[in-house]
Design a protein around this ligand. Structure first.
Ligand SMILES: NC(=O)c1ccc[n+]([C@@H]2O[C@H](COP(=O)([O-])OP(=O)(O)OC[C@H]3O[C@@H](n4cnc5c(N)ncnc54)[C@H](OP(=O)(O)O)[C@@H]3O)[C@@H](O)[C@H]2O)c1
Length: 266
């Protein structure tokens, strides 16, 4: 059995690849830049992108299971990606959603093969965007101090791998959260305590937050969606659910654990 992982160098995909490989599965990792992929030795790395499904004939050869990562540019071609995968012999798919049920998520649910949709609300890895601020003046600026049950990306990956390899998860949409609710100000306090540094939180105006995100290459539409979500997050974002433990048999990782694992980055 070969598993094709899209988004394989990203926050979640990288961990999906590593965990499948650790469990002895044959993994094919898709990336636009194989030279920079830095994936475990023994993983087959192929050049390509899931946002150009017409180019994936070779990448899909012999593949029976597929992990899809939502990214910019996928919604327009997601239905084609799903159809090509099914035609190529894929019989089970998992997908980290793009935050809502869009065309790709819908196509997967209607594909006729086994599927599991992973619905994380907010990743702990979003905290990596604070690195520069923490290293420069120690002030983290965010537009809203909203409560969020952030989930560790390793837990998203662990659920994906379980659903890819084990039976009983087909047709499921899994809401994924961490074990506790924290606001950005409270996350800053955890960082300050764990790193032993003086780090503070300050509020940033809504428009300035949109401009800051667009300066990183995000489209205005996507930036407005993200900051709008922070302004008015859905109830699910601050509701702890036990899905990670129920599916994987391991408790969801805490934010303090995430900070300890990433301390050297700050
Ligand atoms: N962050 C959150 O709080 C959150 C919450 C809910 C849902 N999500 C969704 O979860 C998805 C997965 O997140 P992630 O952090 O694991 O992904 P990621 O690290 O942002 O991206 C995964 C990989 O996809 C490829 N990629 C990125 N942009 C692309 C583009 N425009 N076209 C083609 N390939 C592209 C890149 O790989 P290569 O460069 O190697 O090709 C990248 O390493 C997000 O895209 C988002 O839709 C995120």
């Amino acid at each position: 059995m070969t598993v094709l992982v899209t988004g394989a160098t990203g926050n979640t995909g990288r961990r999906v690849v590593a965990e499948l490989h650790r469990r002895g599965e044959r993994v094919r990792a898709l990336t636009r830049n194989p030279a920079g992929a830095r994936l475990p030795a023994g993983v087959e790395v192929v050049e390509g992108t899931h946002t150009a499904p017409e180019t994936l004939t070779e990448a899909l050869e012999g593949v029976t299971r597929l992990h899809i990562t939502a990214t910019a540019g996928l919604a327009d071609v997601g239905t084609e990606l799903v159809n090509r995968a099914v035609d190529a012999g894929v019989r089970r798919m998992t997908m980290v959603w793009g935050g809502y049920v869009g065309p790709t998520e819908q196509a997967m649910a209607e594909s006729g093969v086994e599927w599991t949709r992973l619905e994380p609300q907010e990743f702990m890895s979003n905290t990596l965007t604070w690195i520069d601020a923490i290293r420069s003046d120690g002030v983290v600026r965010e537009p809203y101090d909203f409560p969020s049950a952030l989930v560790h990306e390793a837990d998203i990956a662990a659920v994906a791998v379980t659903a890819l390899l084990e039976d009983g998860h087909s047709g499921q949409a899994y809401d994924l959260t961490g074990p506790e609710v924290l606001t950005p100000r409270q996350r800053v306090a955890v960082l300050a305590k764990t790193l032993g540094r003086d780090i503070t939180f300050a509020e940033l105006p809504h428009e300035a937050a949109i401009d800051r995100l667009m300066a990183t290459g995000v489209s205005r539409e996507d930036a407005e969606y993200v900051i709008g979500w922070y302004a008015d997050p859905p109830a699910e974002a601050s509701t702890v659910v036990g899905t990670v433990e129920k599916v994987t048999g391991r408790p969801a990782r805490t934010f303090a654990q995430w900070v300890t694992e990433h301390a050297d980055r700050f």
